[in-house]
Design a binder for this molecule. Structure first.
Ligand code: PRP
Ligand code: MN
Ligand code: MG
Length: 179
């Protein structure tokens, strides 16, 4: 375990088992259609990469980079598009893939944007849901795990860009961010 991690909340194996389960579910749900999977950078990168391979069917994927935290610990509430999609989503069945829904600001912004851009349907798939953090009324259609209101990192989730490479979800030691 990494020295800055207090405890492992979700192990690598638990994550991969859940992804296999979600892949099977999405394969069935989108059978016979051609969904557009949209990964939200940078946090969703590992999850999206692994999930893709477990969906057995035709799909297209694209990425969008948005940020509302910058280097801050608390959300600014203002979501910025750092890189937009290359794909038109009009009439498409969109699956948004996220690593975590916390305040809900990011996903609220994105679902509103995709509806405005006339997607046929928008589904939210998130690996983690932190309901205690919620500031706006938004719920994922599918969440892998519900996490407590703790500072979680790993598997795409960062603290000032670190720890994204950990293969598990862990709780960061308070002394790391209180320094
Ligand atoms: C994090 C995380 C989600 C979002 C969730 O991204 O990856 O995208 O915050 O928080 P919210 O529900 O409060 O909006 P961040 O903006 O830190 O960018 P990153 O993915 O590049 O780390
Ligand atoms: Mn993110
Ligand atoms: Mg971040």
């Amino acid at each position: 375990m990494h020295e800055d991690i207090l405890e492992v909340l979700i192990s690598e194996q638990e994550i991969q088992d859940k992804i296999a389960e979600l892949g099977t579910q999405l394969t069935k749900e989108y059978e016979g259609s051609f969904p557009l999977v949209i990964g939200i950078l940078k946090g969703s990168l590992p999850f999206m990469g692994d999930l893709m391979q477990k969906i057995d069917g035709h799909l297209e994927y694209d990425v969008m980079d948005v940020s509302s935290y910058g280097s801050e610990l608390v959300t600014s509430g203002e979501v910025k598009i750092v890189k937009d999609l290359n794909t038109s989503i009009e009439g498409r069945d969109v699956i948004i893939v996220e690593d975590i829904i916390d305040s809900g600001n990011t996903l609220k912004y994105l679902t509103d944007l995709f509806k405005y851009r006339k997607a046929n349907s928008v589904k939210i798939v998130t690996l983690l849901d932190k309901p205690d953090g919620r500031q706006v009324d938004i719920y994922p259609d599918t969440a892998g795990f519900v996490v407590p209101d703790k500072f979680v990192v790993g598997y795409g989730l960062d603290y000032i860009e670190r720890y994204r490479n950990l293969p598990y979800i862990g709780v960061l030691k308070p002394e790391v961010y209180q320094k």
